[in-house]
Design a protein around this ligand. Sequence first.
Ligand code: MRU
Length: 342
Amino acid sequence: MRPLYFENGVLKLIDQTKLPTETHWHQCHTYQQVAEAIRDMIVRGAPAIGVTAAYGIAIGMNAFSETNKDLFFNELQHIAKVIKNTRPTAVNLFWAVDRVVNRAVENSDKSIDEIKKIILQEAQRMDREDVESNRKIGEFGNQLIHPKDTILTHCNAGSLATCDYGTALGVIRAAHEAGKEVQVFADETRPYLQGARLTAYELKEDGIPVTLICDNMAGHFMRIGEVNCCITGADRIAANGDTANKIGTYTLAVLAKENNIPFYIAAPVSTIDFQIQSGNEIVIEERNSREVTHIREHQLAPEGVKVRNPAFDVTPARYITAIITDRGILYPPFVESIKKLK
Ligand code: MRU
């Protein structure tokens, strides 16, 4: 289940605001439309927004019709800035934009048409590499899963959050494909309901047993012994292992430690921000209050009530049992295991 396709100069995104009740492919013809789709969460999930951003630059630069190379690179910097300004937390977005821009700069001696081609090829390479990374995360992570484990996951770190297969759900898929009778508890993940709408949908489609629970039920199931491990994705991992992920991840990690349940993060190395020493340096996106007061068009809360809506939180490294990456499983002390990846 891929959430994005690039065909004939157009980026097609499965509209994740409408899933699972409606399958609508949203078409982006301009880089501004790509930026809007990221901001409005038509596409979401750290790796998926990274690759979407790369295609956005390819679309924007393909529309450049002049012959002056300085103007070409000015436009490239402008588009990169617009796309980076969409969502602040997932480092994959910045990583992807910088990778495409650097590739163009390295080839600045070539013709404009050639550089345009190189930009698109880089985006396509990142798309392919993401799926390969997820398969590797799945292979490594499967080693941590026992034959009849019940795994709790939060948000959606599945095919829909990546270019296919998923990170946290990649591990679950790999275990399922290996014949293990795994079951999943999917937290609904308020306010945007990625768990209820996307994770439950993906797993059901794949025939992997999934049970949907409200976010506040996780502690109960941990305490009564119905959860064997937790696996979530990540939006940004600091050099010390502190991890930003969907709001509510921190709560789960604390509950897991209290109940002696392993807590795993599954993410590609591109989600590690080697520049920051701890999670305190991660910018947490605050989104529109309407996501909390409403579910789609339906109003739940009183008009004008004060709302806070941080989209992510930081789980301190001490709550994380291991980080499953595409280059192997990292164990504490993460300062050491992460440094070795550099
Ligand atoms: O706000 P979202 O839906 O983009 O947040 C997504 C998450 O928090 C995911 O867990 C994370 O991006 C990893 S996706 C493989």
